[in-house]
Design a protein around this ligand. Structure first.
Ligand SMILES: [Zn+2]
Length: 271
């Protein structure tokens, strides 16, 4: 793991912070680990998802603990209802709350805001979370980019949406590619490789390494998103290089846990 990400523990909850984003000040950005929660199937796991067989009361408590790290109540949290697409929504904190007070925006994979004291959340357990911060215009974004979202250009669309909504200049943006399945572990077949080749053209050759069998490839979604962000004009992109599958003792991984994983949360807030 590079110094682009650092484990930090606060009130018993371990999170992987994004120091490259936080360095200028005015923002908090982290990805929650699996420890420090109350979900018994993961031995006190900090699961964020209602859809993985967890007790709803556990999820509520896990979410509360995570957001409390920012000193914020749950109603100051806005969460994206992920669909592996590229829709970006600018949020204000006035969105309708769900049963646990967290505000929920359906059918989108990226949230942006310029409101301080509002936590943006996308959940993941292998998919790539991308954090965006504009320290000049004071705006942020949280992006969920699995392979489908990546080839739908969701990261670049979020950059464009920040420009349109807040006047953010891409060159001012700081981006961090968060913990997710790495090129060490993310083996895919042609059903994934083909859309990658279509989207990236020749550059796909740098994203797809030979896999362990014919027709299999090791996909580098970190570099794919870094490339997209750079193409969108973002000057600084840090990659946490934290593989969820390699780091399954500390992070949830859909692949490494054979689909029985909880979900972590990528959290970013202007403070
Ligand atoms: Zn790995």
């Amino acid at each position: 793991m590079s110094n682009a990400a650092a484990w930090r523990e606060q009130d018993g909850v371990a999170v992987l912070a994004m120091p490259a984003l936080e360095a200028p000040g005015g923002v908090r950005a982290f990805f929650t680990g699996r420890r420090g929660g109350v979900s018994p199937q993961w031995q006190g796991g900090l699961n964020w998802s209602y859809s993985v067989g967890d007790e709803p009361a556990n999820v509520v408590e896990n979410r509360r603990r995570s957001i409390a790290l920012l000193g914020l109540p749950m109603e100051r949290t806005v969460m994206a209802g992920l669909v592996h697409g590229n829709r970006v929504v600018a949020v204000t904190g006035e969105e309708a709350p769900g049963p646990d007070a967290v505000r929920f925006v359906p059918d989108c994979d990226a949230l942006i805001t310029d409101r301080p004291g509002l936590a943006l959340v996308v959940t993941a357990a292998d998919c790539v979370p991308v954090f965006l911060y504009d320290p000049v215009r004071r705006a942020i974004g949280a992006v969920h980019a699995g392979w489908r979202g990546t080839v739908a250009g969701v990261a670049a669309r979020a950059v464009a949406a920040m420009a349109e909504a807040f006047g953010s200049r891409p060159a001012d943006l700081l981006a961090a590619v968060g913990p997710s399945i790495g090129p060490c572990c993310y083996e895919v077949d042609d059903a994934v490789a083909e859309p990658l080749r279509t989207y990236y053209g020749d550059f796909a050759g740098e994203l797809l390494a030979p896999g362990r069998a014919p027709g299999k490839y090791l996909l580098n979604l970190w570099e794919a998103n870094r490339r997209d962000l750079r193409q969108a004009g973002v000057a600084q992109v840090s990659v946490s290089a934290a593989c969820t599958a390699c780091g399954v003792d500390r992070l949830f991984s859909h692949r490494a846990e054979a689909g029985a994983a909880g979900r972590g949360a990528a959290v970013i807030a202007l403070v």
